[in-house]
Design a protein around this ligand. Structure first.
Ligand code: SP5
Ligand code: ZN
Length: 336
């Protein structure tokens, strides 16, 4: 399978995150890059599509913030990566945003998504990697893999969180709609709910969003991902969530995947985008499903049976020692 990646994506290397009350080494670590790259036989060069496709999805003020947040943090005399510590809860007055601390709280919804020195450069090229994979698929290649890193599916129009800054999948979906696709389906198989993608397309009928994930009653991101979130306005009926309990194995996962696939089939999209997370793996250090490496081959084959032009975008997956094998198993199943 043809894959896309830019070495500039590796410029993002956050040191620590807040997890369960402790600052710990960041799970979305730089070692993921080599682990996944080594599993990819053919890596094509990411082409620059400029800012317009990013601006089509993300708010201008948020993009501006991402570009200068780390420099502003340094200018304020702070060490290391830029972290939020104060958040505008419900009912607070709109902020003047004069200080970097106020802005970080305004645009972040968690303490796991710091802005590091190279973050903007990395996420810019990350989006370009998704767009380059999309070009291949729109140009007639049956399937392409965009090795997106850092992940993107938790980022909304004007917020970051869940290790995500720009929503690569949403940027690709929107770009496809502006370049000939009439309907796009997004089938998210990361362990965590794709809340950013859901939010971005919640009121849109041209993008069907589906997400299979750990039940938000027990798992991050808690405030999104329940089964009764089905879209609103023109988008009513065009969002579907499939929450599953901790401990879910492939045997229990597959029937939900088949239900989601039925929805995709009924929608008849021109393009399928699959945000793929290897954090459903039994050995993942921060997640709690029981999917094994060989199951990913079956998962890839099950989705490939839809026989749609498909862009696969990397999302999570933190068991670094098994990450290459898990990605390879999924891609092999898809192509078989
Ligand atoms: C793209 C993606 O996979 N983002 C995930 C962000 C999850 N961040 C919070 C994880 C909290 C995990 N807590 C369980 C730790 C077990 N020791
Ligand atoms: Zn995840």
């Amino acid at each position: 399978m043809i894959s896309y990646f830019s070495d500039r994506q590796a410029r993002h290397a956050p040191a620590m995150e807040l997890q369960n009350g402790e600052m710990v080494p960041h799970a979305e670590c730089h070692a993921r890059v080599d682990a996944i790259k080594s599993a990819l036989p053919r890596i094509a060069i990411t082409e620059d599509h400029g800012m317009a496709p990013i601006q089509a999805v993300h708010e201008a003020a948020y993009i501006d913030f991402l570009q200068r947040a780390h420099a502003d943090w340094v200018a304020a005399g702070r060490p290391g990566d830029a972290f939020p510590y104060v958040f505008p809860i419900r009912g607070r007055r709109p902020l003047a945003l004069a200080r970097i601390d106020a802005e970080l709280g305004q645009y972040a919804y968690d303490c796991g998504t710091p802005v590091a020195e190279g973050t903007w450069e990395a996420v810019y090229w990350n989006a370009q990697t998704a767009l380059s994979g999309l070009d291949a698929v729109l140009g007639g290649t049956a399937c392409a893999f965009a090795f997106c890193r850092p992940p993107g599916h938790h980022a909304g129009r004007d917020y970051m969180g869940g290790y995500s800054y720009l929503n690569n999948v949403a940027i690709a979906a929107e770009h496809a709609l502006r370049h000939g696709a009439k309907k796009v389906a997004v089938l998210d198989v990361d362990y965590h709910h794709g809340n950013g993608t859901q939010d971005i397309f919640y009121e849109r009928e041209e993008v069907l969003t589906l997400s299979l994930h750990a039940d938000p009653k027990s798992d991050y991101p808690f405030y999104w991902g329940h089964a009764d979130e089905t879209g609103a306005g023109a988008g009513a009926g065009y969002n579907h969530n499939f929450p599953m309990p901790r401990g879910t194995s492939w045997v229990a996962y597959k029937p939900n995947l088949l239900r989601a696939i039925d929805r995709v089939q009924a929608f008849q999209p021109d393009l399928l985008i699959v945000p793929y997370g290897a954090d459903t793996y039994a050995g993942d250090p921060i997640s709690f499903f029981n999917i094994e490496t060989e199951d990913y081959t079956a998962m890839g084959a099950t989705i490939a049976a839809l026989d749609l032009p498909t862009l696969i975008c990397m999302e999570g997956g933190y068991a670094v020692e098994s990450l290459g094998a898990n990605v390879a198993a999924f891609l092999t199943g898809f192509e078989a």
